[in-house]
Write a protein that binds this ligand. Sequence first.
Ligand code: SIN
Length: 315
Amino acid sequence: MPSSVSLSTQVAGVVLPSCIYNASGPLCSHEDELHVIGQSASGAILSKSATREKRMGNEEPRYVDTGWGSINSMGLPNEGYLYYARFAQQAVAYDKPYFMSVSGLSLEDNVHIIRELEPFEHIAGIELNLSCPNVPGKPQTGYDFEQSRRTLEAVFPVCKQPLGVKLPPYFDIPHFQMMAEVLNDFPLAFVTCVNSIGNGLVIDLDSEQVLIRPKHGFGGIGGDYIKPTALANVRQFYTLLDKNVAIIGCGGVRSGEDAFEHILCGASAVQIGTQFMREGTACFERIAGELKNIMAKKGYSCLEDFKGRLKTLDG
Ligand code: SIN
């Protein structure tokens, strides 16, 4: 692996030794899993999205790997926010930041959780999840621009750690602009693009059945299928948001090539979801090595050499 190439990056004012780390979702719900991420080549540790109370989540089967990606309707199974807040002290053992994902089931829950996180000084940043598609009866906040604004207006005054948001994918140019207008009114540290594409349907031809039980088979789509959508969201928000907001790319990353494309679109770091679930923590070292090789071949020594420098055909 070329040693002259650095994957180090900064998110929320802290240094990550590598720009490749885990997405909130797979294999980050329990302390033992978070320790495994800590011991791996992951550039940070990110927790499962935490609610106010512990949740069992939706009925099984609720996650299926389809080869080209995944469909899930986990329904936010997690241990409750205090569990992940307390892990912050243990995460100090690792030479990388610990981020906590928060996904309250209401605005009041988000305010409560974020206010209560104040004393946990080893939380490097909070990723507020505005985009879980899998809780029946709870719409994705990120698709309601006014509600997104109200949420940020309520949480920023009580938040003492750097705060970022995890967005759903957008598909229409005016929607990117409307969300960017909201986000640019707040001192966001980062924006993670994207959560799974909500409410997709994957069908087994032989049995003529859906693959997952919750919500009659509808669930969030991740993996290869969503890379073009993820890249478009990274690019749009990189272009539209204030330059001090780091963009974290998430969606369809299974190789160094995929990670390179996210960074070229403007990502400061790249999260791995479906491929992490498939391969375990080995994916962080493998993808980082592949990314370094691509950078070395192109003569790049750090992310800044190509971050955001995507070329278009119109000059
Ligand atoms: C889930 O737990 O349902 C997945 C989390 C998410 O999509 O935000």
